[in-house]
Design a protein around this ligand. Structure first.
Ligand SMILES: NC(=O)C1=CN([C@@H]2O[C@H](COP(=O)(O)OP(=O)(O)OC[C@H]3O[C@@H](n4cnc5c(N)ncnc54)[C@H](O)[C@@H]3O)[C@@H](O)[C@H]2O)[C@@H](O)CC1
Ligand SMILES: Nc1ncnc2c1ncn2[C@@H]1O[C@H](COP(=O)(O)OP(=O)(O)O)[C@@H](O)[C@H]1O
Ligand SMILES: [K+]
Length: 501
């Protein structure tokens, strides 16, 4: 698992290393600048082989200091470099000032605000370096920055200026520099993987500047093959998942979930459908078993069989039946995934749901469902972020999980999974994990089934939800363009095989 860091954690790691005497701030700045120049060369070898004109925008802090290093290294490599500083050279912090002095032996330092007033002609540059603000950004960027979208290749140093490093949200209505390439140092920051981060960063390179690892708290989900490898044993040794279906003509969502649960290795999967849907389901199912489950009372009776060890309900149920079934399911204290209508059914009284939830539950809301159950948290998340560090999707999911008393998986390109104890993971479907084809009807139902299947197999809720999120995106990526929800369970065998399951 890769760790992601907050800005404060990154500062603490740096300060500790400097205090311990293992490295100086100046050395770290040099390594950072060198890393950016190396990444530019790797990404655009043709431009690097025939250097043209580069624009360096440097800010008043250490991000600007990196900019002065980059300006020097680019100039030495043959680029014609124009450097514009926001703020005064005298006020730069010590390491940045030292690098400004080294740069002054090679080129001029122009005033950025004056240049913007006069009009900065960005069309003359092949390359632009955004070294205005990094992890120190706390306020909106009050600068009329030029639009670089049609001009030079834009490289953000550490994080695009204007983006909050702890939330991936734009600070206020200030400028946001969109980059083609972002080079960050030591580890990803939360802002690279949440909210607007991935879209603003372009491609992301993490450059090692020789700091010791550790100190992070929120991991990015990586596959753990031990979680899905199947050991010898009887089918009941791998659990029995029950997925509840909606009425006739609304059974597809539950069938998708059930198939995913079976494919991910649950020993048995049963679909519980109301009487009017039995014929429709029977015509569509083979390995998945079918039982008549009309209402909550019928479910309670069925759950007398304690071999049924994981439940999934919500997709396609309709709110009234979902509420009735959810109450019965939660009383049975099984591992339970609640999704879709089983969440919406409690929109008028979320506390009634929270009172019944227990630590073996997983809620899987998308943005709309999250806002119905946690309206105050959703409001905080959608209100403009005036200051950094801004309230993040990670903060909101953690609060939601604590309130619900169970694991919450808040869906999206930036899926956040948190448990009631505060443990959290992020699955970012961007960069080398991009899966835009997953935004397709029924994909969420498949995720519900994957989680239920892994719960049936005995995984803890946080692990089941995290690994399911990874498998879901991996299946989408492996299938590729044209993906529809039905393809996800069918692609799972290849994904599992590739993981040595
Ligand atoms: N932490 C580390 O280990 C390293 C940090 N380095 C660089 O240092 C950067 C962090 O440097 P700083 O902490 O100096 O922060 P920044 O350079 O991001 O910001 C400088 C200062 O500007 C002020 N400020 C914040 N928002 C503003 C706004 N909207 N308008 C005007 N002023 C504003 C703040 O006082 C802030 O400290 C990193 O992003 C990275 O680029 C690198 O040199 C390598 C090592
Ligand atoms: N752009 C995207 N990249 C990666 N995953 C996505 C993207 N958009 C949606 N998803 C994922 O697809 C699933 C959609 O679920 P949901 O919104 O419940 O839709 P449905 O109810 O139609 O199945 C979620 O797991 C979500 O995280
Ligand atoms: K920057």
């Amino acid at each position: 698992m890769y760790e992601t860091l907050t800005a404060a954690q990154m500062r603490a790691i740096e300060a500790e290393a400097i205090e311990a005497g293992s490295v100086t701030g100046l050395t770290l700045m040099e390594r950072a600048g060198q890393g950016v120049v190396d990444a530019i060369r790797a990404r655009w070898p043709d431009r690097a082989a025939a250097p043209g004109r580069a624009l360096v925008l440097a800010g008043p802090g250490n991000n600007g200091g990196d900019g002065f290093v980059i300006a020097r290294l680019l100039k030495t490599a043959g680029w014609q470099v124009d450097l514009f500083l926001f703020g005064s050279p005298e006020k730069l912090p010590p390491d940045a000032k030292a690098n400004a002095q080294r740069w002054s032996e090679l080129g001029e330092t122009h005033d950025l605000e004056q240049a913007l007033e006069r009009g900065l002609d960005v069309a003359r540059y092949e390359l632009a370096i955004d070294a205005l603000f990094g992890t120190g950004l706390t306020r909106p960027v009050a600068l009329p920055l030029p639009d670089l979208s049609d001009g030079p290749a834009v490289v953000a140093v550490d994080i695009p200026t204007g983006l909050c490093a702890d939330s991936g949200r734009r600070i206020g209505q200030g400028a946001l520099m969109r980059a083609d390439l972002t080079v960050t140092f030591h580890a990803r920051k939360l802002g690279h993987v949440l909210a607007e981060g991935p879209a603003a960063c372009g491609a992301l390179v993490v450059h090692d500047i020789g700091l010791p690892s550790g100190g992070g708290e929120t991991g990015l989900v990586t596959p753990d093959p031990r979680a899905f490898q199947k050991h010898q044993g009887h089918k009941y040794g791998h659990g029995h998942a029950l997925v509840l279906s909606g009425p006739a003509t609304r059974t597809g969502a539950a069938r998708l979930a059930a198939r995913a649960a079976l494919r991910v290795g649950a020993g048995l999967v049963t679909l519980g459908a109301p009487r009017d849907a039995m014929a429709e389901c029977a015509a569509q199912l083979t390995a998945i078993m079918l039982r008549d489950v009309e209402d909550g009372a019928a479910l309670t009776e069925m759950l007398g069989d304690d071999r049924l060890n994981a439940l999934a309900l919500g997709p396609g149920l309709g709110p009234d039946r979902a509420r009735d079934l959810a109450i019965a399911a939660l009383e049975a204290r099984r591992a339970t995934v609640l999704d879709a209508d089983a969440l919406t059914a409690f929109a008028d009284d979320p506390d009634a749901l929270f009172a019944q939830l227990h630590p073996a539950c997983v809620l899987t809301p998308h943005g709309g469902e999250f806002a119905r159950l946690f309206p105050d948290l959703a409001d905080r998340l959608s209100a403009p972020a005036e200051r950094g560090p801004a309230y993040s999707k990670l903060d909101a999911t953690r609060e939601a999980a604590a309130r619900a008393g169970c694991t919450v998986l808040y869906k999206g390109m930036d899926t956040v999974i948190a448990s009631q104890t505060g443990a959290a993971r992020i699955h970012c479907a961007a960069y080398d994990r991009a899966a835009p084809w997953l935004a397709t009807a029924g994909a969420g139902d498949v995720l519900t089934g994957l989680i239920a299947g892994l719960l049936a197999r005995g995984l803890f809720p946080l692990t089941a939800a995290s690994q399911a999120a990874w498998l879901h995106v991996e299946a989408a990526r492996r299938f590729g363009p044209g993906l529809i929800a039905e393809d996800l369970p069918e692609t799972l065998p290849a994904v599992l095989r590739a993981q040595g399951a």
